[in-house]
Structures are given as structure tokens and as C-alpha cells.
Design a protein around this ligand. Sequence first.
Ligand SMILES: Cc1cc2nc3c(=O)[nH]c(=O)nc-3n(C[C@H](O)[C@H](O)[C@H](O)COP(=O)(O)O)c2cc1C
Length: 163
Amino acid sequence: MSKRVLVTYATRAGSTAEVAAEIGSNLSQRGFIVDVKPVKEVSSLEGYQAVVLGSAVRMGNWLPEMTAFVKANQQALNAVPVALFTVHMLNTGEDETSRTARRTYLQAIRPLLHHAEEAYFAGRMDFSRLSFLDRIIAKMVKAVEADRRDWDAVRAWAEMVFA
Ligand SMILES: Cc1cc2nc3c(=O)[nH]c(=O)nc-3n(C[C@H](O)[C@H](O)[C@H](O)COP(=O)(O)O)c2cc1C
């Protein structure tokens, strides 16, 4: 029987939702039965044999609703294979400094899960999709508008996760 997989995500400006959709469609092509949902719409993990959790990064951390979800569902998550993806703009290099810096984005999450694979994907900065406050912060830190998502990297990960 096909495994049922949940891909759930937290986003502010939509780019993580699009990455989640791409992961979901690749998992479907691999024969999994897949639901892709914003984390705020997930009421239970019952019936899922594996879970993908993804979040955008704001100020060095996953979005609070995803952190709260992991805390609230820690037991259920630790009973199935879990994979995590993070969508962010800084620290995207392949050097050790970048790797170490981006791994800190999961510092509140990693201790809650026994074992979870981690992927990090470059995201998108689009000022027109930001809230007033986020736009002010983005301009203060001199953020640059860009779509750095590497769809081949996203697909390559989705093709091997839970293999
Ligand atoms: C206010 C704000 C803070 C951010 N903080 C970080 C950060 O600390 N580290 C990082 O790598 N990216 C940071 N980003 C970039 C976002 O993680 C990136 O644009 C991501 O693609 C947004 O995902 P979303 O479109 O799903 O909301 C920040 C973006 C904004 C607007």
C-alpha cells in the first residue's frame, strides 16, 4: 500500500508554499499519497506515515507557528520519519561558515526531534509581498529583491527523501 505523506509549511510571503508544492508533486510522482497544507490547517497527524515540515526563516528562526506545531505534536512526529526544509536568503554558501550559520535556524527545533533530515533552500525576497513591518526590516538590513530558489535542488531532495 502507498505511504501517506504530509507536507506542511509556514510562510509569510508565499515562497515556502511554492517550495512545499514542488516537493509534494515530486513525492506524488514517486507514488506517495501526499497532502500539502499550511501548518495552520493541520489538526492531526493521524494516518500519515511520514511528514515533511518546512518553514521560512525570519530573524534567525523558523516561523513561530511551525515551532509551536512541532512542540504540540512532538510525540506523533517522533513516531514517523520526519524531514525538514528551511527556506532562507542568507548563509546560502557551501562554505563551512555558511553551513554552520544556517544550521542555527533549527536550534529550537532540532532538540525536539529524535532524528530528522535537514535541507536548506535559497528563497525569495519580494518587497511587494511583505507586510509593512517586514518591509521596513528588510530595507533596514539592506535586503535585495531576488528569487534565488533553485528548483533543481528542491526536486533532487524530493526525489531522495524517505527513500
Ligand atoms: C523580516 C525578514 C527577516 C528575515 N530574516 C532572515 C534571516 O534571519 N535569515 C535568512 O537567511 N533569511 C531571512 N529572511 C529571508 C526569508 O527567509 C526568505 O525571503 C524566504 O524566502 C521567505 O519565505 P516566505 O516567502 O515563505 O515567507 C528574512 C526575510 C524577512 C522579510
